[in-house]
Design a protein around this ligand. Structure first.
Ligand code: FAD
Length: 441
C-alpha cells in the first residue's frame, strides 16, 4: 500500500498552538519517560506526547514484563550473584519500582538476570516521576506530522479527540520507538534485515499457578528447559519453540512471553503497516490461547491456572531505525567494543526473534558500549532520537533495544538537548565524549 507521509505546509501553519517548549518528547516508553524527566530536572520546559492512556511503552502496553540489560552476562548465574553494569536513570527507576513492591528480585535468564515488573506499579511510578519533574504530559495525543523548513524541525502537529493542534519546541526528542518524527521529516530510516523485522509477540498473564510445583518442574531459569522445548517441537499449532515464563510479584502469577506472531498465512508482518498490524493483533489472540492450553495440559503447577489477560497490544521489537551519524554494528556488539563516547554499557545477548526458536548469542563476562552519535540523525536539525529506533544494524539492535539501555538513551538525549540549547549548538556539534562523561557522573 502507498501512503502520504505529510500534510500540506499551508494546512499546518494555520493550526492552533498548544504551547512553546524547550523540549518536546514524542513517545512515553522507557526512553521517553527518562528523556522527559531528565530534561525537566535540568530546568527545561518539557512537553511529553503519548498516544496511549499511560506511559511505559512496550514495557507496559505490550507487557514486555522485565527490566533486561541491567546485569553482566556470566558463565553460570546459578553459581553467582548479579553484577549490575547500568546505573543512572535505569537504577533510579528500578529502585523506585522495587521499593513500591512492583519489581521482583533478579531472576535467572539463561546466562544473566532480569527483574520482572508489575505494569500497574510501572504506570504509577512513571506518572509520579513525570508530575514531580513538572513535565507537561499529553496522553491520548498522537504526533501525526512535523513542522520543518529545510530539514530544520521546529514543531509537531498533534491529533487529539477535539481536533488538530500544534506544539513548538527548541529541540525535539523522538522516543516513538518507530522513529515517527524522523520518518515524517522525510529523513532516511532502515527496517530490519532488508525490510524483514523481528517477529512480534503477544504477552499474557496467567493466575492461580501452584508456584512451588511449577518451579520444581521448570527450574530457576526463566527460559524453557529442554524438556519443554521438546514438547513444543511436537506441537504444530504453536509457532514458537523456545519460550520465557516469569514469576511476577503477585502470588501464583506468571508472565508468559511465548508467542511468535505472523500473519494467518505464516508470512512475516511489517507492523508499521496498519493492515499487517491489525492482523498481528488478531493472530495473537489465537496463539496466546493455544499456548495457555498447552501450559494447562503439560506444565505441572499450571493445571488449575486461569488466563488473566492479554497485553494491551502486541509487543513490537523492531520497526524503523534511523540512519545516524554513527551506527552500532553487529561487530561492535559481538566484539564487546567500548567507545570514549559510549553512553551506556550493555551485556545483553543478541536476542533475535526470527524463526521457530529465538536465537540468543551471549556476551560472556563483558559488555559493549553504545556511541552517543547513534542517537543523532545524519541529516536534520533540532532532532535527536532515544530508544529502540537508534541507528543500529539488525543483530546489534536485537541486543541494544532492551529497557535498561533505553532509559539511558533517554537520559543522554536529554543532556544533549539541554547542552544544545544552552550553548546554541546543533546536535551534530555536541561532543559525544562530554555526554559520555556526564552520563558517568
Ligand atoms: C514482546 C517483547 C518483549 C520484550 N521483553 C523485554 C523484556 O523482558 N525486558 C526488556 O528490558 N525489554 C524487553 N523488550 C524490549 C522493550 O520493551 C522495548 O525495546 C522498549 O520498550 C523500547 O523502549 P522505547 O521507549 O524505545 O519504545 P517503546 O517502548 O516502543 O515506546 C514508544 C512509545 O511511543 C508512543 N508513540 C509511538 N508513536 C507515537 C506517536 N506518533 N505519537 C505519540 N506517541 C507515540 C507509543 O505509544 C509508546 O508508548 C521486549 C519487547 C517486546 C516487543
Amino acid at each position: 500500500m502507498t501512503y502520504t507521509r505529510n500534510l500540506p505546509d499551508s494546512y499546518k501553519t494555520n493550526l492552533p498552538v498548544f504551547g512553546n517548549f524547550d523540549v518536546i518528547v514524542v513517545g512515553g516508553g522507557p526512553a521517553g519517560i527518562s528523556a522527559a524527566v531528565n530534561a525537566a530536572e535540568l530546568g527545561r520546559s518539557v512537553l511529553l506526547i503519548e498516544r496511549r492512556a499511560f506511559c511505559g511503552g512496550a514495557a507496559v502496553s505490550g507487557m514486555s514484563g522485565t527490566i533486561c540489560g541491567l546485569y553482566l552476562t556470566v558463565d553460570d548465574p546459578h553459581k553467582g550473584t548479579p553484577e549490575q553494569i547500568v546505573f543512572g536513570f535505569a537504577e533510579r527507576f528500578r529502585s523506585t519500582l522495587y521499593t513500591q513492591g512492583g519489581l521482583t528480585a533478579p531472576q535467572i535468564y539463561g546466562k544473566t538476570w532480569v527483574a520482572t515488573h508489575d505494569c500497574a506499579t510501572y504506570k504509577r511510578v512513571s506518572t509520579g516521576m513525570l508530575r514531580e519533574a513538572n513535565v507537561t504530559v499529553l496522553l491520548h495525543t498522537q504526533m501525526i506530522d512535523v513542522i520543518t523548513q529545510d530539514n530544520t524541525l521546529s514543531g509537531v502537529v498533534l491529533h487529539t479527540k477535539s481536533g488538530f493542534t500544534t506544539a513548538y519546541g527548541k529541540r525535539i526528542i523522538d522516543c516513538s520507538g518507530d522513529a515517527d518524527v524522523v520518518y515524517r521529516m522525510g529523513l532516511a530510516t532502515t527496517k530490519g534485515n532488508n525490510g524483514v523485522i523481528q517477529n512480534p509477540t503477544m504477552i499474557f498473564k496467567v493466575g492461580n499457578v501452584d508456584m512451588p510445583k511449577y518451579l520444581k518442574y521448570w527450574g530457576a531459569d526463566t527460559i524453557s528447559p529442554p524438556k519443554v522445548v521438546n514438547m513444543l517441537m511436537a506441537h504444530d499449532a504453536l509457532l514458537r519453540k523456545k519460550v520465557w515464563l516469569f514469576p511476577t510479584v503477585n502470588q501464583g502469577e506468571l508472565l508468559v512471553n511465548a508467542t511468535k506472531i505472523t500473519g494467518f498465512d505464516g508470512r512475516a508482518l511489517d507492523v508499521t503497516d496498519h493492515v499487517d498490524h491489525t492482523e498481528a493483533e488478531q493472530f495473537s489472540m489465537y496463539q496466546a490461547l493455544e499456548f495457555f492450553n498447552f501450559m494447562r495440559n503439560n506444565v505441572p503447577g499450571c493445571e488449575d491456572s486461569y488466563f488473566i489477560d492479554y497485553a494491551n497490544e502486541v509487543g513490537v521489537r523492531q520497526t524503523r531505525s534511523i540512519v545516524g551519524r554513527a551506527r552500532l554494528t553487529n561487530d561492535d556488539v559481538a566484539n564487546t567494543r567500548k567507545f570514549a563516547n559510549g553512553i551506556v554499557n550493555s551485556s545483553w545477548p543478541i536476542e533475535l526473534h526470527y524463526g521457530a526458536k529465538p536465537k540468543t548469542e551471549w556476551l560472556y563476562n563483558d559488555y559493549y558500549q553504545v556511541p552517543f552519535e547513534t542517537l543523532i540523525p545524519e541529516v536534520g536539525d533540532n532532532i535527536i532520537v532515544a530508544g529502540r529506533c537508534l541507528s543500529s544494524e539488525h543483530q546489534a539492535l536485537a541486543s541494544c533495544r532492551v529497557t535498561a539501555q533505553c532509559f539511558e538513551y533517554g537520559k543522554a538525549a536529554a543532556l544533549a538537548a539541554d547542552l544544545s540549547i544552552s550553548e546554541n549548538k546543533a546536535f551534530r556539534d555536541i561532543d559525544g565524549v562530554q555526554i559520555a562523561e556526564l552520563m558517568r557522573q
